[in-house]
Design a protein around this ligand. Sequence first.
Ligand SMILES: [Zn+2]
Length: 427
Amino acid sequence: MKSEAYFIKNARIFDPTLGLDQAGDVLLRDGKIEALGAGLKPQGDFKTIEGKGKVLVPGFVDLHTHLREPGFEHKETVETGTRSAAAGGFTTICCMANTNPVNDNAAVTEYILNKAREKASVRVLPIGAISKGLQGKELAEIGELKQAGCVGVSDDGMTVMDSRLMRLAMDYARGFDLPVLTHSVDAELARGAAMHEGEVSCRLGLKGMPAEAEDIIVARDIYLSRLTGGRLHVAHVSTLGSVELIRQAKRAGLPVTGEAAPHHFTLTDQACEGYDTHAKMCPPLRGEEHRRAVVAGLADGTLDCIATDHAPHATVDKETEFDQAAFGILGFETALPLSLRLVEQKAISLARMVEALTAKPLAVLRRPYQGLKVGADADVALLDLEGLWTYRAAEGFSKSRNSPFEGWELKGRAVATWVGGRLVHAL
Ligand SMILES: [Zn+2]
């Protein structure tokens, strides 16, 4: 298929990883960035896109998403999930293995990759399971998963409680040069819990999971990384304790990385007041001291990336008692404006934000970073950082509606997204 050529005029061209911040034009042709600079005079057929007042960045990369296909197509599909990702400025996303069947073998990985080839708006990189059926008992065929195209392994949604199995997983993953992405919640300490354990859970009469349920597993996995040399990526870090543990592990030179989800740096457990099931996720929204620690971790690079944990659920999964409701919220279309709030609060710089959404997640996967340079794949997003808009989940592209940010007035969004030079989203 011949892709069209696009001439993006007068944008702020911003790629902090490459030290690029200049006004200019960009020409996308044949799937690549063909030219980039001030006052370009392109030849031939192209569509002009006015970039004045907008910022052109490398497309965002999300290490942590749930596309729900196969098995839960009523919540999301590869098609709808990736369309929503494109609307958020993402051009590459990783999808977790908790589908049905679980992505614990090559056939499921190939199924997802085939769907992606047919239907996806953005690039899809599957994450394979650590254990067969996410049961935490027997190791999945990690070599086979890598061969089929998985870029990491994770039992996300479940914690591998068996330390011996986790040690084995890290050993194998190191052998195959894959990161192990962890969902860190001690299953026993968190049994039956619906939210963070603290004042708010007491007041609401809901069973809470203490911050220590996360800290204990993060500490264990850091020790196992030290023991095996395996690469540990701690997903959706939500506690002060785990930020500090990751900071120490990095200082000690261990191959440990971490990510922060926008809901954890935006909200606290106060959002659960009124039993709003859209504030229910795992790990849960925590107290303010934890939220601040996550922000500080993102600011100093202890937490390398911003990842959405996009977790669509059908209305019936959320319109129920708080302790019965499903964990998780939508993430793609609110990630940028929520991250920009941190920039506006001067908690992080715009450069740090962009790096946390582009080069850093690729570094976790040890995939090459191309960014905004001539000859690179044309995976780019044009952002409006100033415009105000009201978020309505129903106006978004996900099949689901579960967001605690419904009705929020937000600032900033992607106005256009290209993947391999193909325009996959335009406002
Ligand atoms: Zn998780």
